[in-house]
Write a protein that binds this ligand. Sequence first.
Ligand code: NAD
Ligand code: TYD
Length: 351
Amino acid sequence: MKKTIVITGGAGFIGSHVVRQFVKNYPDYHIVNIDKLTYAGNLENLKDVENQKNYSLEKIDIVNAAQIDSLFQNYKVSGVIHLAAESHVDRSIESPMEFIYTNIIGTVNLLNACRKFWKDDYNEKLFYHISTDEVFGSLGSDGYFTETTAYDPQSPYSASKAGSDHIVRAYHNTYNLPVIVSNCSNNYGPNQFPEKLIPLAINNIKNNKPIPVYGKGENIRDWLFVIDHASAIDKIFHKGVPGETYNIGGNNEWKNIDLVRLLCRIMDKKLNRNPGTSEKLITFVKDRAGHDMRYAIDSAKIQKELGWKPSVTFEDGLEKTVDWYLGNSNWLKNITSGEYELYYSKQYSNR
Ligand code: NAD
Ligand code: TYD
């Protein structure tokens, strides 16, 4: 009999890559994607898997416990890979409540359903919670986040993710629920909603619009190609040890301003513009409140214990990403109409 694996948030950026990888690589799994389809959920991301026999979509809000329970009643779920979340820091600064509901209450609802329907029979069961390195707060100019770094979240987004990580671990310690948590650095790649730095910059460069760089552009992020995150999730889901935490990162730190300049150079080439043309669009704007200075992951544990490492270089990954956005202008056009325009003018008009 097929194993039923629930992937939450499968219509989002990272979730859609995870769904694709699991549907294609594991024909003996039935993948059930549960997603509320918020502004960030886009079924276009899953066009190539939507008709596969081992894939189903359930439009469910994880904040609604009754909807989750009835899903667990309908399917014999043996694993959950939990990605559904409100994921954008700037939105969490504007309206934190949605983050508390989805990221914390939604996670607890899923954990409760696992307890209720698995009835203490945890053989071959797993609740795998996908989290972020932002729970650790900000680093100074040196050092790395390890699995034992103390939590110190600074934004409503990272605090809500930290809260959910703690609850997931509490269900392991208190009820023996088999859980794993992984904390990953910034992802980039195809299908990312253009509110995040890289796709926003690509879209603005393409449309000759200013590229807003917060503060002096000196903040540092550690970038990982989304397909490499999906392969780490696959590895951890199949080989990770319940009760453990794994850090995932690209060992690839970039100052925002250097990254944006690199993107400008790539875009100039792709769009046949004179070198230096796109850089003129860079505009320094008011900094983000509570802006974390530096994130950097030490991923030695997953590399050593599970044999995972990133496979895509930043140069290749960025070029693939730019090519994808330039080749999918309809995807970008559909997603940047309506709600996005409202969001963009509210977010950037006063900066
Ligand atoms: P995303 O915003 O692109 O997608 C989130 C998905 O969750 C969307 O499909 C949305 O419709 C769905 N969703 C939101 N609220 C829901 C609800 N109440 N019920 C059901 N579905 C709901 O996010 P992403 O960037 O793909 O991130 C996925 C996960 O990975 C998140 O948990 C995030 O914290 C984590 N993460 C992201 C990054 C990153 O760089 N993007 C890095 C590390 C960890
Ligand atoms: P983002 O993609 O929002 O990811 P996160 O805040 O989760 O790291 O932002 C990445 C970095 O880019 C972060 O330091 C904030 C900065 N940034 C800008 O400078 N301008 C922008 O318009 C955005 C969205 C982000």
